[in-house]
Design a protein around this ligand. Structure first.
Ligand SMILES: CC(C)(COP(=O)(O)OP(=O)(O)OC[C@H]1O[C@@H](n2cnc3c(N)ncnc32)[C@H](O)[C@@H]1OP(=O)(O)O)[C@@H](O)C(=O)NCCC(=O)NCCS
Length: 327
């Protein structure tokens, strides 16, 4: 009896992701390539069952893995050895690239470059005008790859962490009354948005730019927050002409780290960071014990020094890059 052996090599090379069969192998590859770094992703892309031999159906029905649905894989000897995920955003012409990974045994053969070219073509076909990605700041090989494809750096964001129980209070020179920090009046949400975007460029917000109504707290939202034990506090500083010049927010949700932001208008840099951060630390020490996370531009040396003083530590710094397809 003749035995036929499938020629796996015939299917090797580049092809779009096929969710019905690829996901377990993609996850295996991402685990191998990124290891612990995957766990840093607070979007819990892969969950805890990654190592288990679960069916493709499970992966297809799992909302976390459905984020892997678009993109390209590279096959060698019938196995997936390369992956790039392409994610849409709320803006029809703006796409994100994630999970760029090539198996260590297959690197420096042009696989990542070929997958990235495929991504660019796919986005162009859909009329997309920009592709954004994040890469660890010292990942020079990946940054070289992206630069060679036309991506430009937009800046770096550091993620700082500390648990509320380990926070150190910051002294405010002149005492608490030296700078008047008040809750943001509800009607000033547009000004808060303007100040925020003057401090952090939209493309440094990941995965979406800041929503224009991000600081708006309708009555329904407040009610919803109250019912769901969510917290959203904004503390603001105005100058002598009553223009908003400094902001800090604390967002809290059950089971998640408290998220903090710090925004100081460039004209007031160096003067407001300490009192605002001192205020946040005092507030956090009165909130339920959790981790606190603050994502902040890496080049803000004033804030960096203060965050370290308050006992925060950088967990990772990501470079944001953008490929502009509109030209
Ligand atoms: C980064 C990575 C995806 C590159 O994959 P690859 O298939 O080896 O890359 P390619 O062979 O297509 O190389 C393309 C270009 O990337 C750069 N590059 C890739 N590996 C490099 C290395 N080890 N050192 C320096 N440059 C490197 C070079 O510019 C290279 O072009 P060249 O070969 O003409 O010099 C792969 O090393 C990897 O999976 N790394 C771990 C995961 C990771 O860091 N992913 C990026 C997350 S944002």
């Amino acid at each position: 009896m003749a035995i036929t052996v499938a020629d796996t090599r015939a299917r090797d090379g580049l092809r779009p992701i096929d969710m019905s069969r690829d996901v377990p192998q993609i996850i295996e590859l991402l685990k191998l390539v990124f290891g612990e770094a995957l766990e840093l992703d607070d979007q819990q892309l892969l969950g805890d069952d990654v190592g288990a031999q679960l069916s493709s159906l499970f992966y297809r029905l799992n909302p976390a893995t459905s984020r892997l649905a678009n993109g390209f894989v590279w096959l060698a000897e019938g196995r997936i050895v390369g992956n790039v995920t392409l994610l849409p955003t709320k803006a029809w012409d703006r796409f994100l690239v994630a999970n760029v990974a090539v198996h260590p045994n297959y690197r420096r053969q042009g696989i990542a470059r070929a997958m990235m070219h495929a991504v660019t073509s796919a986005v162009k076909t859909r009329g997309g005008r920009a592709i954004l990605l994040q890469v660890v700041k010292d990942n020079h090989s990946a940054i070289d790859l992206y630069r060679s494809l036309g991506y430009v750096g937009l800046g770096h964001m550091s993620s700082w962490y500390c648990s509320t129980s380990r926070l150190r209070r910051l002294d405010s020179p002149g005492g608490d009354l030296a700078i008047d920090i008040r809750p943001l009046p509800a009607r000033r949400w547009r000004e808060a948005y303007t100040l925020d975007t003057a401090c952090v460029p939209p493309d440094l917000n990941w995965p979406e730019p800041l929503r224009p109504d991000a600081y708006r707290q309708t009555l329904w939202q407040r009610l919803g927050d109250f019912m769901n034990s969510r917290l959203f506090e904004t503390w603001a500083v105005a100058d002598s002409r009553d223009h908003l010049v400094g902001l800090t927010t604390i967002t809290g949700q059950w089971g998640r780290p408290h998220l903090v932001t710090l925004r100081v208008h460039p004209n007031h840099a160096g003067r407001l960071e300490r009192p605002l951060l001192a205020k946040v630390v005092r507030r956090l020490q009165n909130l339920p014990r959790r981790n606190v996370r603050i994502d902040h531009p890496d080049d803000d040396t004033v804030a960096n020094t203060l965050l370290a003083e308050a006992n925060f530590a950088v967990q990772r710094t990501l470079t944001h890059m953008r490929l502009d397809l509109s030209r």
